[in-house]
Design a protein around this ligand. Sequence first.
Ligand code: NAP
Length: 290
Amino acid sequence: MAKVAFLGLGVMGYPMAGHLVKAGHEVTVFNRTTTKAEAWAKEHGGSFGATPKEAVQGADFVMCCVGNDDDLRQVCIGENGAFDGMEADTIFVDHTTVSAKVTAELYNTGKAQSIAFVDAPVSGGQAGAENGVLSIMCGGDEASYEAAESVMQAYGRSIKRLGESGAGQLTKMVNQICIAGLVQGLSEGLHFAEKAGLDGRAVVEVIAGGAAGSWQMQNRYETMIDDEFEHGFAVDWMRKDLGICLSTADEVGASLPVTALVDQFYKEVQKQGGGRWDTSSLIKRLRAMG
Ligand code: NAP
């Protein structure tokens, strides 16, 4: 078993770090808001550090799940950052969804200090983190990935290295691009059913097993019909992710017309006050239109 640090105990990180303890690892956590780290340590029996630098002392692996590019930079190379406290030949695994640019920056900074950096964004949402069944898309040096894979198994069900540093984040972008248009399509279908006087539940019952079926349909149709969005993956996070997808598309020369449009729809949901609503709230925008 390994000595592992986990930085960032949000919706995702809190249960992920818990699974590491259950898998038998010796875990020290850090969270910016210390009360959350205290609560985690009380619940799981691990310890916590006051700064990333303190939490990573002696760790073989440092796992991290914070918010965006700037948050990740702060935790890694800011004042009392993790890289200051990590020993040579240890491995940093980043589960945050961030740009390929910050990933390249930190991979190179780490390398200069003999710290390996594996990008490993996740999919599967809060339920996936709580049940320890996340999909994890990885990029980085092969040997570092292989060493980290056994630790990630504590909370991952499908874990794969897609290529060199950055390949995990690029794969996560593909994931978000696929979801954006799909959720809009599902919203339009359920909205149409409502307007046409159909029973949405009965409609889903008959079509979910056919070609229109999807994870989003299976897991979100009921709350969409009931107009409930105080759960799941926040629109603010989705806009961060789609921003990364759209700027990367410019760099690689990909055309993403539907993704760009849905990003604007999410902007309108934010204006409706839905920044923290689940991404399935695209249907709320349609309902507001009449
Ligand atoms: P969250 O609940 O908002 O948690 C964010 C965590 O990052 C908190 O522990 C927060 O600390 C910490 N943090 C933020 N900025 C920081 C900074 N500058 N320095 C130190 N710590 C900082 O977010 P989440 O839902 O867990 O998502 C985390 C990441 O996973 C995001 O990149 C998100 O896009 C991605 N993701 C989320 C989901 C999902 O369904 N939620 C699914 C897949 C991927 P405090 O407690 O002090 O605020």
